[in-house]
Each structure stands twice: as C-alpha cells, then as structure tokens.
Write a protein that binds this ligand. Structure first.
Ligand code: FES
Length: 146
C-alpha cells in the first residue's frame, strides 16, 4: 500500500524536472518575419522560466537580421569573453560590427569574433522557426550546435 501511494507522489514530484519541452522551448517574439531585413535589429522577448518548481519571468534579447542569402540569423548579445552585452554598429572606429564595450571585443556581422580582440569564439546562435508569420526563438547555443 505504501508503494502504491508513494510512486504517484514521486512521479508528481519529479515530473517538472524530467518534462521534455521541445515545442515550448521556442518563444514567439513580436518580430514579424517579413519585417526582418539585412540590418541587425535588437529583438527583446520575455518568457516564464521554470527551474524545478521555481518560476520566474525572464527577458532575453537577440540580434536578428537576414544574411546575404536571405537566411535569418539570430545572435545572442552575450559577449563570449566575460558576458557583457554587445551592441551593433556603435563603435565609430569599427562600423558594421558588433562591439562589446567592456574590453573592446569585436565580432563581424555574422557573429564570428575578430582576431586580436578578447573574445575567443563567436556569439551564440538562437535556433528559430516561424510561427504564424512571427519569429520564434529557441535557446541560444554555441555556433555549430544551433
Ligand atoms: S566581456 Fe566582452 S570583451 Fe570582455
């Protein structure tokens, strides 16, 4: 009798941690796919994050644009050096690049790090999909894993 009661309770207790959330891992942003151009724009998006039983509201950001082939690119703004936020085209000495003001880190438009600056790897990339004409973003991953 004790095991009959404890197994369902154990499942209830463990389920939130073990749930697979493939579809829910994508957050639909307010950015229309049709409005994305070749110029990187900042897209902020918010979602509820669950960590075990703890829920919190998280706001995240992506730099989004279309590459020369028309493919959407969504880059994490988190500098791969020490985690500051990069900005697009804000350093007049290095136009058309992502710039990290913390230690003068630079990235090319495609997110690859510029040699000779502190970052040693490219910006992470968000996987994306289209949902009813809007951009939906997954969890940012190192380049090659996204
Ligand atoms: S944190 Fe970006 S260059 Fe150091």
């Amino acid at each position: 009798m004790a095991s009959a009661i404890s197994l369902p309770m154990l499942r209830f207790a463990v389920d939130p941690v073990l749930q697979t959330k493939e579809d829910s891992d994508y957050v639909v942003t307010d950015k229309k796919i049709a409005d994305i151009t070749n110029e990187p724009v900042r897209v902020d998006f918010a979602f509820e994050q669950k960590d075990g039983w703890y829920k919190s509201n998280v706001t995240n950001t992506a730099w989004v644009f279309k590459d020369e082939n028309g493919k959407i690119v969504a880059l994490s703004p988190v500098c791969t050096h020490l985690g500051c936020m990069v900005d697009w085209n804000t350093n007049k000495k290095h136009p058309e690049q992502f710039y990290c003001p913390c230690h003068d880190g630079l990235y090319k438009k495609d997110g690859t790090n510029v040699e000779g600056t502190p970052p040693t790897r490219p910006l992470d990339v968000y996987p994306y999909k289209e949902v009813d004409g809007y951009l939906a973003l997954g969890k940012a991953k190192p380049r090659g894993e996204a």
